[in-house]
Design a protein around this ligand. Structure first.
Ligand code: F0G
Length: 451
């Protein structure tokens, strides 16, 4: 019996096709929009394929103590809600997911919100949330017999894809913008054996070119236009709901780049609600960098009816995206859940990142937009002190060590960017100091740090 229960539905015109009928660029042949995975059997109230919420909660908890490989993956532990493979035995896994949910005591206190948490997706095998999506979509690629997989990337997708491709014994092709990705991520793609091309264009240019290439050669596209990526990326929603004993938090805050992640998390919560696993959805808010804020503009200017691509600039290179593929899906998630979409400055990102570091967690700059955004939402009175808030930290701090070092050395922000914030920034900076190799000098350095 096949484990496969899915079909694809166009997000724009509603056309339905079988998974194997998707075009290489995953665009609808009728209207050009993106597809979403759907499970027809879930709609029939008493049908044999409709999952039973009580049984699932029990089963998923049991699997936490199982030693079976699939059960130990935080994605495939929930496999009843992503029946996308002919056989779950084909899944390519690095035991992703099951990431920690941390309380943020310092930020909680500073913002007057008791229940403030970080879901740290940077604690995945390759250091970012992309692993949860990659295990799903790359497993489909393998099952469908592809030899080559490819992605355009600001760095993390390529690191994840290259790792999972290596695990599966597939070849991988990475297109990245020349000079605009963090070295840690580039080094991963190299180590995992990807063919890595640095193109003299930005992320949006890389994705456009790759879309052409996959139409000409049998290469499986693994960007988040691939709807199976989002199936894996929805599973942190299940983990969060489970961690709160199926009483979902009031508010989830997610960074926005190509907008696949916010779309996926929204889908995860929506499906849980439809299946009766949870009683309500959290508000889902998306935060972008001021220099890469096409969704903020779209929602402000025309309520998400259209999106004007822009040339993107931000030091948070992971979200340096001006023409996000999944913007319609993300706009729907924000609107359906009553969330907000706003942008934060380079200075706000840098400060928030250092503050998350002070919590003993750390994250990459793109992840820190969540805390920066929360501060704004709190200041605007949009989040009350008794609400439960979860920030989704998408990448590990070691992904972009240059950014962190530049911040602490005082070479990251311009004088203009720091203006008025010097004291706040100074209190967070901890540059390494060169001292004589004597006890007295080291003790003096310690004393100096208290000042
Ligand atoms: N945070 C990090 C660390 C990312 O790497 C990305 C996206 C995002 C947030 C935004 O997520 O695109 O789903 O809205 N990185 C992609 C990449 C684009 O190629 O690694 P999104």
């Amino acid at each position: 019996m096949s484990d496969n229960l899915h079909q694809l539905r166009c997000f724009g015109c509603g056309a339905r096709i079988a998974g194997a009928e998707a075009l290489p660029d995953f665009r609808c042949a009728v209207c050009g929009d993106l597809f979403e995975v759907e499970y027809p059997g879930w709609g029939e109230r008493r049908g044999p394929d409709r999952p039973n919420p009580g049984a699932l909660k029990w089963l998923w908890r049991e699997r936490k103590s199982s030693s079976e490989t699939l059960d130990r993956s935080g994605v495939w532990r929930f496999r009843e809600l992503l029946p996308i493979l002919d056989s779950f035995g084909d899944a390519v896994t690095l035991l992703e997911g099951n990431t920690p949910l941390y309380h943020l005591p310092r930020a909680s206190k500073a913002l007057g919100i008791d229940q403030l948490f970080a879901k740290h997706q940077g604690m995945n095998p390759t250091g970012s949330f992309k692993d949860t999506g990659m295990t799903a979509a790359l497993s489909v690629a393998k099952e469908r017999g592809f030899e080559w997989v490819a992605c355009a990337s600001t760095g993390n997708t390529s690191a994840a894809m290259a790792a999972y491709a290596a695990r599966a014994g597939l070849r991988s092709l990475v297109l990245i913008p020349d000079g605009k990705i963090a070295w840690g991520k580039l080094s991963q793609a190299m180590d995992y054996g990807a063919v890595t091309c640095q193109l003299k264009t930005d992320f949006d240019g890389c994705l456009t070119l790759l879309t052409q290439i996959v139409k000409e050669a049998p290469i499986y596209l693994l960007n988040s236009v691939n709807p199976y990526r989002l199936e894996g990326q929805k599973t942190p929603a299940f983990e969060i709901a489970e961690a709160f004993d199926w009483n979902v938090p009031d508010h989830l805050i997610v960074p926005g780049g190509n907008l696949g992640n916010s779309s996926a998390l929204g889908k995860g919560f929506r499906e849980m609600k439809e299946l009766g696993l949870i009683a309500r959805m959290p508000r889902i808010s998306v935060i972008q960098a001021v220099g890469a804020n096409p969704l903020v503009r779209s929602l402000e200017e025309n309520h998400g009816a259209s999106l004007e691509p822009m040339e993107a600039h931000t030091r948070a290179t992971a979200i340096r995206i001006g023409n996000p593929a999944s913007w319609r899906k993300a706009a729907r998630v924000i609107q359906d859940t009553g969330g907000w979409c706003l942008d934060v400055t380079e200075t706000e990102i840098a400060i928030a990142k250092a503050e998350i570091g002070r919590e003993g967690l750390g994250c990459e700059p793109a992840s820190a937009v969540t805390l920066a955004g929360l501060k704004k939402l709190r200041a605007d009175g949009k989040i009350r002190s008794n609400e439960t808030v979860v920030l989704v930290l998408t990448g590990h701090t070691l992904k972009d060590a240059d950014y962190t070092i530049d911040f602490h050395r005082g070479t990251l922000l311009t004088a203009e960017e720091s203006a008025g914030k010097e004291a706040e920034i100074g209190a967070l900076q901890r540059n390494a100091v060169v001292v004589d190799a004597t006890a007295a000098a080291v003790l003096a350095a310690m004393k100096g740090s208290l000042g």
